[in-house]
Design a protein around this ligand. Structure first.
Ligand SMILES: *[C@@H]1O[C@H](CO)[C@@H](O)[C@H](O)[C@H]1NC(C)=O
Ligand SMILES: *[C@@H]1O[C@H](CO)[C@@H](O)[C@H](O)[C@H]1NC(C)=O
Ligand SMILES: [Zn+2]
Length: 506
């Protein structure tokens, strides 16, 4: 049946369609349901016999978990805030499946919030020389600088090792330490009643940890761990947003940004050599959107130099920070004009609940500036012309479900606009944004919400496979790199399918 006939069917019920034969009510009903299923993301993705078998198993688990949630809304992870749902997700069969499933790439991830907070406490905070101080607003700042400066600290610097040693219980000390870099609370609705409260704490956490990560030995260990956590979560490639902060070492020496990029490049080379089925990372230079036009202009110049020396590694540019508080993209047009033609924009856009406010219009400017993908695109559903452009021009939306929930755009993720993007087959990829700052790790938790909350009940392996493949297709891997990525993904995927059928996943 054609789209037109389906439309007629719903516009004028009981008309004759399909030539002269009257459809029965049940046939008409089924025709519409089938058409919607085929329209959505993955609707035409082919499944082999083995994949179809895996899909049957997957659907049994999925429908089981959903109907449990339907009967008991207090245990319905798909509808709950991640902080409340995490223990349930950790016990879920679907989650185990998603952890082992090759997920392709994560295309929206901020380096300094990428690693689990547990590792930061267990490893980085035990590195010799870490100091802590308290600012006038009561926030902690961590650093390894011997002669710290510029932190607006009110208190003296104290050695973390000494503080821990003098504490009543080092374990409790570590728990409290973790709270400095993790938004987790059992009662987010009480602790962060407004978007401003959660964003203030969130933005603060970058300042708690940022200077400690810029310490060369910590920088190396932290980013190595970032790669480990991605790899162990069966992610094969990542595009990392980073400000490329200047590094320093134990002797007090500081290094220019070129060195930061070189360090990332070297870590990436080393990691991919050790793990031939991991394609590594590329870098998107991310600048704080609160800066003035001249500062952004200088950042574009700096980016251009970095890009020219490593064009396939330093691939793009973005502006970051709370959109509602920062300046709209339109303000920066003059600063963005001299952008190198070989580089690309990857703008955050529409990470807001405001409709028609200047920040909401960032989506329009991002598209006019020829953005390659859109970060979040949460507000996109409200703009039919932009949505159409995104579909026609195949600009992928980087959907980060948990981020949007924790940062106060939506409580029940079944109401996330990503559900509409899936239904309309808008190009999209699933991303994790800042997993380390909200008690997540890797990409699987976001995939859990994607398949359990954003997707319709009957969506299974066909959709998951499409999302994984999308993440390579919409990446900035070169043509040759993409070919290799798809080869590796085909292989790891078929191994995964075998494992499920052997009973080694659920
Ligand atoms: C921290 O991690 C690095 C490498 O990832 C490892 O060599 C080191 O032993 C770890 N340190 C601690 C204290 O766990
Ligand atoms: C827009 O970006 C794409 C890459 O995403 C590039 O191929 C194309 O040339 C750009 N178009 C313009 C007008 O800059
Ligand atoms: Zn982001």
């Amino acid at each position: 049946m054609s789209r037109l006939e389906l439309l007629l069917l719903l516009l004028i019920p009981h008309v004759l369609v399909q030539g002269q034969s009257q459809l029965s009510y049940e046939q008409a009903r089924q025709a519409v349901l089938t058409a919607e299923e085929e329209l959505m993301t993955g609707g035409h993705t082919y499944l082999s016999t083995l994949e179809a078998k895996v899909d049957d198993i997957f659907m049994e688990y999925k429908l089981g978990e959903l109907s449990q949630g339907f009967r008991n809304s207090e245990q319905n992870a798909a509808a709950l805030h991640f902080f409340k749902a995490k223990p349930l997700i950790d016990r879920s069969g679907i989650f185990r499946f998603l952890q082992k499933m090759p997920k392709g790439a994560v295309l929206h991830l901020h380096n300094t919030a990428s690693v689990s907070s547990k590792w930061v406490v267990q490893n980085m905070s035990y590195m010799p020389g870490m100091l802590r101080c308290t600012t006038s607003s009561g926030r902690s700042v961590l650093t390894f600088r011997r002669t710290p400066q510029e932190h607006n600290c009110q208190s003296q610097y104290i050695r973390v090792s000494e503080e821990r040693h003098n504490s009543i219980d080092p374990q409790i000390y570590d728990q409290n330490f973790e709270r400095l870099i993790n938004l987790y609370t059992p009662v987010p609705e009480l602790e962060y009643p407004t978007i401003t409260q959660v964003w203030d704490k969130f933005q603060d956490m970058f300042d708690v940890l940022g200077d400690a990560i810029a310490y060369l030995p910590a920088f190396r260990a932290y980013h190595w761990q970032m790669l480990e956590e991605l790899y162990n979560d069966n992610v094969m490639y990542a595009e990392i947003r980073t400000s490329c902060k200047k590094l320093y070492d134990a002797s007090g020496r500081t290094f220019p940004r070129e060195r930061t990029v070189q360090e990332l490049y070297a870590l990436n080379e080393k990691f991919t050599r050790l793990h031939p089925d991991f394609l590594g990372i590329k870098i998107i230079f991310a600048v704080f959107r609160g800066y003035d036009v001249d500062t952004i202009k200088k950042s574009v110049e700096e980016f251009t130099q970095l890009h020219e020396s490593l064009p396939h590694f330093m691939v793009g540019f973005d502006l970051v920070g709370q959109e509602d508080k920062g300046k709209p993209l339109h303000t920066f047009l003059s600063a963005l004009r001299d952008f190198p033609p070989t580089a690309r924009f990857f703008f955050h856009g529409g990470e807001t609940n405001w409709f028609g406010a200047s920040t909401d219009t960032n989506l329009l400017d991002a598209l006019l500036l020829n953005t390659t993908r859109i970060g979040h695109g949460y507000a996109l559903a409200k703009h039919p012309i932009l949505l159409n452009a995104v579909k026609t021009r195949q600009i992928a939306v980087e959907v980060s479900p948990i981020s949007n929930q924790v940062l106060h755009l939506v409580w029940d993720l079944r109401n996330h606009p990503g559900a509409q993007y899936l239904a309309l087959d808008v190009p999209m990829v699933i991303c994790s944004d800042d997993p380390g700052f909200w008690n997540a790790k890797g990409l699987s938790y976001d995939f859990y919400y994607a398949i359990m909350s954003l997707a319709p009940n009957n969506a299974g392996v066909r959709l998951l496979k499409t999302l994984a493949w999308n993440s390579i297709r919409y990446s900035t891997l070169t043509v040759e790199e993409q070919t290799r990525a798809f080869q590796i993904l085909e292989l790891t995927w078929s191994r995964f399918i075998d494992k499920v059928l052997e009973g080694n996943v659920f």
